[in-house]
Design a protein around this ligand. Structure first.
Ligand SMILES: [Zn+2]
Length: 83
């Protein structure tokens, strides 16, 4: 995942420290040392909300189930018809 933080002062791009677990930890530019954001604030702004993620997951699952159950049903019907 290429999550990057760009510096508004010198334009340097660096990887977002997603391995940092403390939300109050500061993200600062590696080039000029400019304070860019806090980890918590950055995560809030860049990661989709949990509810939205769950919605997408359930929608994908529903579609997947609908797609997978269709040929199974057809197969069952034809098999029963020939037997
Ligand atoms: Zn910078």
């Amino acid at each position: 995942m290429g999550y990057q933080v760009s510096c508004h002062r010198c334009g340097n791009h660096q990887n977002a420290p997603l391995d940092v677990h403390d939300d109050w930890e500061e993200i600062s530019c590696m080039e000029c040392g400019e304070f860019l954001d806090t980890v918590g604030n950055w995560k809030d702004a860049h990661s989709p909300s949990y509810a939205l993620q769950m919605l997408n997951m359930s929608r994908t699952l529903t579609l997947q189930m609908a797609r997978e159950s269709q040929p199974l049903n057809d197969q069952h019907i034809t098999r029963r018809a020939t037997a």
